[in-house]
Ligand binder design. Structure first.
Ligand SMILES: Cc1cc2nc3c(=O)[nH]c(=O)nc-3n(C[C@H](O)[C@H](O)[C@H](O)COP(=O)(O)O)c2cc1C
Length: 756
């Protein structure tokens, strides 16, 4: 054989006159120089969020290569191909070649995998396994052993061209791997594993694939692997059988799981093939497929050997590689016999139930809550004799009151009309979905404040005047509320002689106020609108800080995004968040609370994203592998499409502060509605901060606390938050079209108990 036929290793060539000489010589028939292609892809790969223009790429490639493109990286000469190939350096080449593995294999896992040495004995099934391992980047060093050469009969399952007939299988396999990756580290054993080289073969191996046909060598390899603590995998290309023997974890494990009984390698040495049949049968016989069993009966009669198919060998290499990856990464620890039997898995009647697609409801009209009697906001107010609130008045007042916003639209309220007073009761069960974020029930109390403000506005517009007492003395109001205990009257509404409030035009906007999550245009906030919002907050005893500058908005978008990521990756907060979502119209109508997915204003692709995010197992994995930067994007995008982000604060952090803060919030929100401004609260972060600071981090992991502490610092650089102040609500404002859907409310009759 000449050198080209025996060669199996590419030769690395120094850039310079030697390379030029080789290039001109008859040894080189082809020159492949795609260095620009490789560098362009690499540099684009490192900028996933932004597509580089052709001109940018060209400049970036030149800068990266330091101007000398031809000298960049390495040149390899493949003697058996008579080819000269130009490649980027090893680390960049690996980065390029394994990019699409991420994050089925993370970059850290990939790096770890590249440090392992894997041996493969027997290169029929083994060839396919070795190539799959190399393709996937499982293992960085390979030892390949087979004494056999490629015969025509191998060509039903060994991937090799006809020009390779007669070539040793270890040489062929090494070539295939080197053609994938000339930086690979490969040793070949073209004489096969023998009594003299077995120790050299096994020395320092992390994993052994034993795919040989020789029973004695199978036993020998296992015995030696067991002594050295090397795990052994054997794929058998029938019924997707794979045997895994974890000699690294079980130093006393019997060979072949003990199914052959004690085996003596010396005894096997003297046995004829005929005498070995019972032992071989013990290993694989009881589990053979019917086709293989039937074929065995005809061997040496009408068949020359046992049959094997390319599909089975390909399957085996997939199972082997997958098992190897998880074993080496410590994700799979057991020994055993496993089947991936395609005939029993993919068969008539074996199909999995297919989940129905989510209905496309985009063409349906938006849902509407119960109609309420219209309010006459133009009516002049006049002093009235106080009298008890009637059931009809109570229904109207509660109808308008309950239009108030609440976290996750949980509507944490129910009402009792008792002796002409409306008692507004915290229905604890309804606010359960937000326990983590509803720190000390502050979000609930905020919502009640907004509800109280609506009741007041509605009463004014009805020509009735009410006084609302927050957190009243319950005993004086008659005690028992008829609930299951633990409930609290958050406020009591009583008719009084004269309104402490002048009639407000804001009453007109109660029914229009809505959470509008559309992404608008980042148009500057009109000065008049800004002034009105600030004044609304001030009049109600709160403070509004408005951030308009693009840099600051973007900084805040990044902070809120990171907060969203923490929330999604926290199992308890994720569970609560997802329990609020109503995925279909039927669910929204049946429950009449929570966040109707239609109100999230998601496009079809973002909806798919939310489905992925809703899966707790997926989020658990994202957390484990330190991924999930994409979870930060929606907040960034929403904020970059907003005019401003605003923070509403008030003095004090007790329940009274949040209650009166809720009234201020409602005035600000109604003022925004009056000016056709879209408003979306983005509050999770504030309530996590509250838990961190006022709740000593209870319920948050150490990691979450540390991340939140860092975010808190960045947040404080943007907003002035004094000690002893409550941060009531963070929200974005934009000029956007009206929302395409609204959240429903419970029916008043389901909320109100009228006592006789
Ligand atoms: C305390 C509180 C916190 C809220 N947090 C968020 C939030 O983080 N993100 C969001 O999109 N909406 C948030 N909202 C808006 C509610 O989801 C919304 O008010 C509720 O679904 C009712 O819908 P509506 O405002 O359109 O009537 C919050 C509302 C309140 C009162």
């Amino acid at each position: 054989m000449d050198q080209a036929l025996e060669s199996w290793k590419p030769i690395r060539c120094e850039f310079g006159p030697g390379l030029d000489r080789l290039r001109q010589s008859a040894d080189v028939a082809f020159v492949h120089d795609e260095i620009v292609l490789q560098l362009s892809e690499l540099l684009q790969l490192r900028s996933p969020a932004r597509k580089l223009s052709p001109a940018e790429l060209r400049d970036a490639v030149a800068a990266h290569a330091g101007g000398a493109l031809a000298a960049y990286g390495s040149w390899f000469y493949y003697p058996w191909l008579k080819s000269l190939v130009h490649l980027v350096p090893r680390d960049e080449f690996r980065e390029l070649r394994t990019q699409i593995n991420r994050n089925k294999i993370t970059a850290q896992e990939q790096e770890k995998l590249s440090r392992f040495t894997i041996g493969v004995v027997g290169l029929s099934v083994g060839q396919s396994t070795a190539i799959t391992l190399a393709l996937e980047g499982v293992g960085g060093s390979f030892r390949l052993a087979d004494f056999d050469t490629l015969a025509p009969a191998n060509m039903n399952r060994v991937r090799a061209g006809v020009q390779s007939l007669g070539i040793n299988k270890a040489v062929l396999t090494a070539r295939e791997i080197f053609e994938l990756d000339p930086y690979a580290d490969i040793s070949i054993f073209p004489e096969g594993v023998t009594d003299t080289n077995i120790d050299a073969f096994l020395e320092g191996l992390d994993l052994l694939f034993e795919e040989s046909d020789d029973l004695r060598m199978k036993v020998r390899l296992r015995e030696r692997a067991r002594i050295r603590g090397v795990p052994v995998i054997m794929g058998t290309s029938d019924r997707g059988l794979v045997d895994i023997e974890r000699f690294d974890r079980e130093p006393d494990r019997p060979l072949f799981h003990g199914i052959t009984g004690p085996l003596d390698e010396k005894k096997l040495l003297g046995m004829t093939p005929y005498e070995k049949i019972p032992i071989a049968f013990a290993v694989v016989g009881p589990t053979l497929s019917n086709r293989l069993a039937a074929s065995l009966l005809d061997i040496s009669v009408t068949l020359n050997t046992w049959p094997q198919l390319a599909s089975a060998v390909a399957l085996s290499s997939a199972i082997n590689t997958d098992a190897a990856r998880r074993i080496l990464l410590g994700q799979f620890t057991e020994s055993g016999r496993f089947f991936v039997d395609l005939e029993s898995l993919v068969r008539d009647g074996g199909g999995e139930a297919i989940p129905l697609p989510m209905p496309d409801e985009s063409h349906l009209p938006a849902l509407a809550s119960e109609p309420l009697p219209p309010l006459d906001t133009a009516r002049p107010t006049k002093p009235e004799v106080p009298r008890k609130i009637t059931p009809d008045e109570a229904r109207t007042l509660i109808g308008y009151g309950a239009l108030a916003p609440s976290g996750g639209n949980c509507q944490p309220w129910r009402f009792v009309l008792r002796r002409g007073r409306i008692l507004c009761v915290h229905d604890i069960a309804r606010s359960r979905s937000g326990r983590m974020l509803d720190f000390e029930h502050s979000a609930t109390h905020l919502a009640f404040g907004a509800l109280a403000r609506n009741i007041e506005l509605a009463a004014d517009a009805m020509g009735r005047h009410v006084a609302i007492a927050p957190f009243p003395d319950e005993a004086s109001l008659g005690g028992d509320l008829g609930g299951d205990g633990g409930e609290r009257i958050v406020c009591a509404v009583e008719a009084v002689a004269a309104s402490p409030h002048p009639p407000s035009r804001l009453a007109r906007f109660m029914a229009e106020r809505v959470t509008n999550r559309r992404i608008g245009q980042a148009m500057p906030l009109e000065r008049a609108h800004r002034a009105e919002l600030l004044e609304a907050a001030r009049r109600a005893g709160a403070r509004l800080q408005i951030i308009e500058q693009e840099d600051a908005r973007n900084a805040l978008g990044a902070i809120i995004g990171e907060g969203d990521r923490i929330r999604c990756l926290s199992p308890s907060m994720h569970r609560e968040m997802m329990s609020e979502i109503r995925w279909t119209r039927a669910e929204a109508l049946a429950r009449r609370d929570g966040i109707d997915v239609a109100t999230l204003e998601l496009g079809p692709a973002d909806l798919v994203g939310l489905r992925l995010v809703s899966n707790a197992q997926v989020m658990k994995l994202v957390k484990e592998i330190g991924a999930g930067k994409g979870l930060e994007l929606p907040a960034r995008k929403a904020i970059s499409g907003s005019s401003t982000v605003a923070l509403l604060t008030t003095q004090g952090t007790d329940c009274g502060a949040f209650f009166s803060g809720g009234r201020a919030l409602q005035d600000v929100w109604l003022t925004a509605s009056a000016n056709r401004l879209a408003l979306q609260p983005m509050t999770a972060l504030l309530y996590m901060f509250a838990r961190l600071e006022r709740g000593a981090g209870a319920g948050l992991s150490d990691d979450e606390q540390a991340s939140l502490r860092r975010l808190r610092q960045r947040f404080r650089e943007l907003f002035d938050v004094g000690p002893g102040h409550a941060e009531l609500m963070l929200f974005r404002l934009s000029y956007a079209a009206p929302p395409s859907a609204r959240s429903l409310r419970h029916r008043v009759d389901d909320l109100l108990v009228i006592e006789p």
